[in-house]
Design a protein around this ligand. Structure first.
Ligand code: G1P
Length: 289
């Protein structure tokens, strides 16, 4: 069955980039000329997703507005010939009618709980999860690569990326067993292990294709690392009854939930931008000279 729905958890406070995120959802911070979240929504749409479920929280209303029609703004731009191009760009940010849902996670109980909040909208079918903190830059997007793999092998697939050993304790980490190209068979996964107990340096990187059965496991999932209901813990249980693969994707991931990662995302996208790329390169050279 194809992947029609994607769940994007956007309820987090963005505490690692405060005070910037005191009154702006971290997902809407600009990466050159678009909010970080737009890159992740585009990734989902390019991979064939037709419906996006945003798991939101209080103070996140701006996200709903961003993907809606901005009637007054569009009417005002439409009146000016010189604004035709920008009007097109504004209109392109609208999600088609009926293709976005919003559900609230009322309490910050963890990523597993956030995903579980989407259960009634997703129903019992395979779906994607994209964590908007992570922007992944590549010509064929990370989720599109995973969907291609899923079409061949089915089951559940999570994106992984090798990270330096001193950083493994910030991630979910897998135990790899066998590799076939980029696809990896695993025997386990653990959320935020201490460095000396990490089974590898392959970190779970914010993209998932999961079967609907995950919701039954999330429903009674106890608290795990950090006292939170962890998606990784339910996936480890699902792995005992269903096929589960890791996929080492092609592309550069930027963690926009951290100050350095956010800056790196802005820099990489500015240097590569069709309109300001050349200027950005000159600016970086001048700053380093
Ligand atoms: C979450 C997941 C973790 C994953 C990480 C990727 O952790 O729980 O398994 O490695 O995202 O960014 P968080 O960063 O939300 O604590």
């Amino acid at each position: 069955m194809s992947i029609r729905t994607a769940v994007l958890p956007v309820a987090g406070f963005g505490s690692r980039v405060l005070p910037m995120t005191k009154s702006i959802p971290k997902e809407l911070l600009p990466v050159v000329d678009r909010p970080a979240l737009q890159y992740v929504v585009d990734e989902a749409l390019q991979a064939g997703v037709e419906h996006i479920v945003f798991v939101t929280g209080r103070n996140k209303g701006a996200i709903e507005d961003y993907f809606d029609m901005a009637y007054e703004l569009e009417a005002s731009l439409a009146g000016k010939e010189s604004k035709a191009e920008i009007l097109k760009q504004v209109q392109a940010t609208r999600l088609p009618a009926g293709s976005a849902s919003f559900v609230r996670q009322q309490e910050p109980l963890g990523l597993g709980h956030a995903i579980w909040c989407a259960r009634d909208i997703v129903g019992n079918e395979p779906f994607a999860v994209l964590l908007p903190d992570v922007i992944i830059k590549n010509e064929t997007s990370c989720l599109a690569q995973m969907v291609q793999a899923y079409d061949k092998v089915g089951g559940n697939i999570i994106a992984v990326d090798p990270v330096p050993e001193e950083r493994v304790s910030s991630y979910g980490v897998i135990t790899p067993v066998k590799r076939d190209g980029r696809l990896i068979e695993m025997s386990g996964m653990v959320e935020k292990p201490p460095r000396e107990k990490a089974p590898s340096n392959l970190a779970i990187t914010g993209r998932y294709i999961l079967q609907g059965e995950i919701f039954e496991l999330l429903a009674d999932q106890g608290k795990g690392a950090g006292g939170e209901i962890q998606l990784t813990d339910s996936m480890a249980r699902l792995m005992e009854i269903q096929k589960f693969y890791a996929y080492e994707f092609e592309g550069a991931p930027y963690d926009c939930g951290s100050k350095a990662g956010y800056f790196q995302a802005v820099l990489a996208h500015a240097l590569d931008h069709p309109e300001i790329g050349a200027q950005a390169k000159d600016m970086v050279r001048a700053a380093l000279a």
